[in-house]
Write a protein that binds this ligand. Structure first.
Ligand code: NAD
Length: 245
């Protein structure tokens, strides 16, 4: 039980990597606060409860600071503290620079960048008060490598690496570690949307010769959220089968 009785807030925990993380954290003894725009979060939490775990769900968008603050107040009423924040919610709206609409740009910035800012800025004062916290956000290996058709997405994922370093500096003295992970290609709904050709072409570029699964990333979140990583802060942990070697 690497997270025994820790209170973990996971955004975008209803699907994909966030779902695998929610399930893994619960098995490791964490009590779960799940935020997602998808109603599926309700089913996920019901299932966790049926297995004897303590978990609550709130349908909110991380883009809305007021919703975030209200949901946080509700979560604090239920659990009394927040030990772990996993800024996992993210979206893609891929288009080449020459064709990208303002809406596609704005949507991705709102969720992947402003959403991470909103959640971290709301939760950090609670962690400061506790003199304890673990914050882990989802970057991507495309933040380092770039990717065709992802100006908006790469902008946000690079920014997460930068914000992580700033927050590690600012919050370290309050017992808070701040890190991010940079997944490569992982089988989820997000990557199911990619053209078959692009998926096939990606395999030879990965030394391990395959895509990862959500559990590979959940393991990374788990390490950085656990006390095993108590002296780790300001890093970006790449988990991509060696693609960014
Ligand atoms: N899948 C990959 O290959 C990959 C690679 C690198 C990074 N990532 C990052 O990992 C994270 C999880 O990705 P995934 O593949 O599991 O995606 P996914 O699409 O399977 O799941 C994302 C979840 O976020 C939720 N969400 C979307 N907008 C939201 C909002 N405004 N507020 C709250 N919740 C919202 C969705 O409903 C969904 O449950 C994302 O930040 C993504 O950018 C994924």
């Amino acid at each position: 039980m690497r997270l025994k009785d820790k209170i973990a807030l996971i955004t975008g925990g209803a699907n994909g990597i966030g779902l695998a993380t929610t399930e893994r954290f619960a098995k490791e003894g964490a009590k779960i606060i799940l935020w997602d725009v998808s109603d599926k979060g309700g089913e996920v939490v019901e299932h966790l409860r049926s297995e004897g775990h303590d978990a609550i769900f709130k349908k909110i968008s991380v883009t809305n600071k007021n919703e975030v603050q209200d949901a946080l107040d509700e979560a604090l009423e239920h659990f009394g503290r927040i030990d772990i924040l996993i800024n996992n919610a993210g979206i893609t709206r891929d288009r080449t620079l020459l064709k990208m609409s303002k809406e596609e740009w704005d949507d991705v910035i709102a969720v992947n960048l402003t959403g991470v800012f909103n959640c971290t800025q709301s939760v950090a004062p609670i962690m400061k008060e506790q003199n304890y916290g673990r914050i882990v956000s989802a970057s991507s290996n495309v933040a380092i490598r770039g990717n065709f058709g992802q100006t908006n997405y790469v902008a946000t994922k690079s920014a997460i690496i930068g914000m992580t370093k700033v927050w590690a500096l600012e919050l370290g003295r309050f017992g808070i570690t701040v890190n991010c992970i940079a997944p490569g290609f992982i089988h989820t709904a997000m990557t199911d949307a990619m053209p078959e050709e692009a998926r096939t072409q990606s395999i030879p570029l990965i030394p391990l010769g395959k895509w990862g699964i959500p559990e590979d990333i959940a393991n990374g979140y788990l390490y950085l959220a656990s006390d095993e990583a108590s002296f780790v802060s300001g890093i970006c942990l790449t988990i991509d089968g060696g693609a960014s070697r």
